[in-house]
Design a protein around this ligand. Sequence first.
Ligand code: NAD
Ligand code: UFG
Length: 342
Amino acid sequence: MNILVTGGAGYIGSHTCVALLHAGHAVTVIDNLCNSRAEVLDRVQALGGRTLRFVQGDIRDRDALARAFEDGIDAVIHFAALKAVGESCAQPLRYFDNNIGGTIALMQAMEAAGAQQLVFSSSATVYGQPDRVPVKEDAPLRVTNPYGRTKLVMEQLIGDWCAANPQASAVLLRYFNPVGAHPSGLIGEDPRGEPNNLMPYIVQVASGQRPQLRIFGNDYPTVDGTGVRDYLHVVDLADAHVKALDYANAHTGCETLNLGTGKPCSVLELVHAFEQATGQPIPHEIVARRPGDVAEYWADPARANALLGWTAQRDLTQMCADAWHWWSQGGGLAKNNKEQDS
Ligand code: NAD
Ligand code: UFG
């Protein structure tokens, strides 16, 4: 199929483009590079063994979108979004405009082009603090910040669009905590400035860029008092998108699926797994809880298993080893960021 990938130069998008190229799809990427670099796409093409088409532009720019659709697009995978929770609290309108405005413009362009299939990046953030774990797709939705609100609104808009178009098909993928990198070390997560998320922070402590990890609270009602999440290898996540595309191609209507391993992991467990997988010590101290954090959640991925035939294959050791491999050898992109940020 001819697939348009919005945000394809980003962390999850780049890994998904490699998987799409391997699966034999023709890929067009549209990305405004607000949180990524064009060089990533050279690496994607090297890893995928084939070329892709790149339109540098914003999904809110109708001319850029028209260029992206001009070769005939069958299906869209929609990653392009701003994703920093703290920033979304400070700049909600920017998030509403980019994420929700961008999604409306995208659906309009799909309709104009006759593209009927959409795979969408949602997030476990839509569940807020769940009443019970593991979390199923029908759990109550409780967003706690503007970023999460954009994800929930986008899910609803896509659902409405599907309901109005009997031929349309959408798969809403709620990711738990994607980590790791391509095993080649050529592409990975490349956060600008001080990372918010745990794995990039651990990796930067291991490389000596940061003196120690601050663990946000050890008094949660969890296995060891630290926060519990469901960490998922980004290559497994990328594979799920290829399967979701196949599913969308064979069905109509709107489906919502959790993507996680279904295995809980505490902050301390991840730190120890990283130390064992890489041999790098991670000095850490316990500090106060981070405001807004939930104690624990992990996915029930049974629906994704059943509908897509997908199960996460890679364990914590591989997530840690690949994250470290990327940072210690492919950190060229990251070093550029550091220079730019300072
Ligand atoms: P990322 O920032 O690495 O990738 C997003 C890409 O979209 C970037 O390349 C950015 O330049 C591009 N982009 C943003 N706004 C754009 C616009 N208006 N027009 C064109 N391009 C635009 O983020 P990621 O981690 O790869 O996340 C991808 C998607 O997955 C996002 O929608 C994010 O909200 C969602 N998600 C991510 C996580 C996570 O932990 N990484 C968890 C749940 C959901
Ligand atoms: N943590 C630390 N120290 C750090 C960073 C994180 O102790 O320096 C802890 C957190 O308190 C939490 C756990 O590590 O217990 C995971 O934190 P992350 O920031 O890596 O992940 P979150 O689950 O808090 O949030 C992430 C994204 C959200 C997204 C959510 C669900 O940041 O945008 O996953 O997909 F919504």
